[in-house]
Design a protein around this ligand. Structure first.
Ligand code: UD1
Length: 315
């Protein structure tokens, strides 16, 4: 049995990592500030140690890493537009907390830290799909913070021999993604709108594309990154390798939900990337990763969960 610290473990992706680690019989500790995470996301998982705290405070970081073999650093304020509106808060959560975690984990002799990077780091690239060796071109404070954190991770491996792996996520979706704010992920917002019989909003013409990735694929990639021998110091895309426009996404979701709701189109968002699609060759080579849940199956699972949630709230 190994011990894992999941930072942001009460959040969407973090709670799925916790669930899988517990299923595999590992020892799990969660640290979460509960700013965007929710205790409710972990209610169904037993035997998890929970620390409530802000990792931008060094004593919280030090307490959290004590005795841990691995750190899965997921804690973040994950929204592009939120970072445009409030760059200081997102800097603190995404960058100050990360440097604390790196120092604390290095000093506590953690075996490896796996960091949640972002496809937004690439910005608009002249070619698709996006490969890890393409230069970063951040278009928002969020993308810049994630990129600086990834470069910090690499530097800690080079400078101190502390093993880090940065996994770049591409539009992760699935159960427990919170639809409760205008900053929420687009699939959670579309699902909530369709199931309530409301028209969803599309920012721009809806022809922007994303490599929408079901959360179980990301969990698989991150857990592989903990012990893949050649992954230390690397940046690795974990996604599906496909891309879907928002107009197409809405069409597929309408079909699955049995609805026919048209979008309301609004001005494009500042800091938005036009197209996002991952090259997953490196993940296959270094992690033995292959996406196991397709985009459409993931959407079905997500809509089923949203339906059950809506029913539970109504009853
Ligand atoms: C998302 C993640 C970010 C992650 C990145 C990786 C969220 C909230 N953000 O950013 O953490 O690092 O992927 O690629 O999960 N849109 C609409 N209508 C809506 C909401 C959004 O049209 O109601 C549009 C946005 O303008 C954007 C696209 O949908 O073009 C996706 O937006 P969003 O789900 O917020 O994700 P990203 O900004 O791509």
């Amino acid at each position: 049995m190994s011990s894992y610290l999941v930072t942001g473990g009460a959040g969407f992706i973090g709670s799925h990592l916790v669930e899988e680690l517990v299923r595999r019989g590992q020892r799990v500790r969660v640290v979460d500030s509960l700013v965007t995470g929710k205790r409710r996301n972990l209610e169904h998982v037993g035997g998890v140690e929970f620390i409530e705290g802000d990792l931008a405070e060094m004593p919280v970081a030090v307490k959290s890493v004590a005795g841990m073999d691995y750190v899965l650093h997921q804690a973040a304020i994950p929204s592009v537009p939120r970072s445009v509106n409030d760059p200081i808060a997102s800097h603190r959560a995404n960058l100050d907390a990360t440097i604390n975690m790196l120092v604390a984990a290095r000093d506590a002799k953690v075996k490896r830290l796996v960091f949640a990077g972002s496809s937004s780091e690439y910005g608009n690239t002249p070619t698709l799909p996006k490969r890890e060796d393409m230069p970063a071109n951040p278009l928002s404070p969020y993308a810049l913070q994630k990129n600086a954190a990834v470069v910090y991770c690499q530097l800690f491996t080079k400078l101190y021999g502390f093993e880090t792996v940065s996994i770049r996520y591409f539009n992760v979706f699935g159960p427990r993604q919170d639809p409760g704010s205008p900053y929420s992920g687009v699939i959670s917002l579309f699902a909530t709108a369709l199931l309530a019989g409301k028209q969803p909003v599309i920012y721009g013409d809806g022809e922007q594309t994303r490599d929408f990735t079901y959360v179980a694929n990301v969990v698989d990639g991150v857990l592989r990154a903990c012990d893949a021998p050649k992954a230390a110091g690397e940046i690795i895309n974990v996604a599906t390798g496909g891309r879907t426009s928002l107009n197409e996404l809405l069409k597929v979701m309408n079909r699955i939900a049995g609805t026919n709701l048209q979008a309301i189109y609004k001005e494009p968002r500042t800091g938005d990337v036009k197209d996002s699609q991952a090259d997953v060759t490196k993940a296959r080579a270094l992690l033995g990763y292959t996406p196991t849940v397709s985009f459409e199956d993931g959407l079905k699972k997500t809509l089923d969960w949203c339906r059950r949630e809506a029913a539970a709230i109504a009853s």
